[in-house]
Design a protein around this ligand. Sequence first.
Ligand code: NAD
Length: 521
Amino acid sequence: IFRGLSRFRKVQTTSTLITRRYASSRTKLYINGEFIESRTNKWIPLHNPATNELITEVPEPIQEELDAAAVASQEAFLTWRESSILTRQRFLLDLQHLIRENTDRIAKAITEEQGKTIPDAKGDVFRGLQVVENACGVTNLMMGDNLEVSRDMDTYTIREPLGVTAGICPFNFPAMIPLWMFPLAIATGNTMIVKPSERDPGAMMILAELTKEAGLPNGVLNVVHGSVDTVNYLIDNETIKAISFVGSDKAGKYIHSRGTAKGKRVQANLAAKNHGVIMPDANKNHTLNSLSGAAFGAAGQRCMALSTAIFVGETKKWLPELIERASKLKVTGGLEPDADLGPLISPQAKQRVETLIQSGVDEGADLVLDGRNPQVPDKYKNGNFVGPTILVNVKPHMECYKQEIFGPVLVCLFVDSLNEAIELINKNPYGNGTAIFTNSGSNARYFTSNIGAGQVGINVPIPVPLPMFSFTGNRESIRGDINFYGKSGLQFYTQTKTVTSLWRHEDVNDNISTVTMPTMR
Ligand code: NAD
């Protein structure tokens, strides 16, 4: 049953445009400044994860539509790269204002399509908005180096855009992750084709409308949909010079290897298994609150979820209090004001999480809190809900430890010392983020120096760096050399030209040519 009523019609004002688009049963493509309905006959149904009602259908675009996006991006690049950096900055300033104004609407679209609670969806928008705010400083960020290397001779660097870039996004942060990509790509003079997740493209469609309202010229940002075929097109198209990817291991490794083989720059953030270490000298209340928020918030569907707890020494005695806190969390539709966690993205995700919970039990772990089949209000009885779940006495060989569960499941291990905890974490292939809870500066310092994770929290459960820094995953959680956003992001979307110039004041009368390397005397 389509909840939508009328088909999309082009209308005058942006706000009506948004309302009408949401009443439509089909998600549009955004090509060369126009929202168009795909002519494909392949449509991906998108269901509200809280009810499994059909919300919209997402197209797998036909080749001609993808070509149109690539051509529009390439043509727009020729003029956009010539635009003044102040023009680009002004666009970003207007965009950040519009995103701020439209936060509630974007958040609602996220909750309907992705399932997370409204406060969490607002956080999704806000963390992306921070990247836009940071990109507003592009005038300073783009400054190069300059040195007078000898009399009359200067060397300086210029950052130049790459051309057409592409962004391929996951479902779990439908606003934040596109915003990690296109604002910086555009600020630095590139154009971008974004492919949001086919499971929740609504937030990106609103963002596209806001870029139009902020005055972004046609073709600088294009949005296409679909899954593997569209991704293959973006990898293989020769006009596309760089790909930003965030998502699962399998897709990321594939895109990185196929993309780099085609000579493209590829940055890829992949899966995670983040551990939190609980030291006996930690503040108990703060630690337990942090753990339950970071393990179960957003139904565990965060790449920085703290999904593995390592209790050191006697801290295992804190478990009953953790179970109590976790069992009080309200599981219901994300639009409900009292919701602490909403549903998983799909029935398949729900089934996978339930199977992993059972595998833990079968392999000998103790299920001390079972969130399978939670009580939810009647209107959500068809939703993909799993409640907070805690498995203890988990061992590293178990599937529930080896795999990223991506659900509200905390696996707990017990060790006797900080060194044992560090050894355990460093043996895990993933290195996205980690946290330590302690009141000892020396424990924290020792942990930070010896841990193989890209983001470390000290009494901070989800240490996602702010955008003046970069998102610095490590080991199997990343492919490519240059991180997302911050200084690294800028580096990813630009190439440096180094100019050495000689402007002699006196006349040059040297008639002798030389065949040796010039030296700076
Ligand atoms: P996903 O890999 O299934 O999808 C991501 C994108 O890749 C989508 O746009 C999808 O259409 C495309 N895709 C999927 N399979 C593909 C294939 N075989 N070939 C080509 N393209 C393909 O990921 P997801 O389930 O949407 O997102 C969840 C994953 O993303 C988790 O593993 C999570 O840890 C990870 N993630 C990582 C970070 C990070 O910064 N490290 C941030 C968010 C999410």
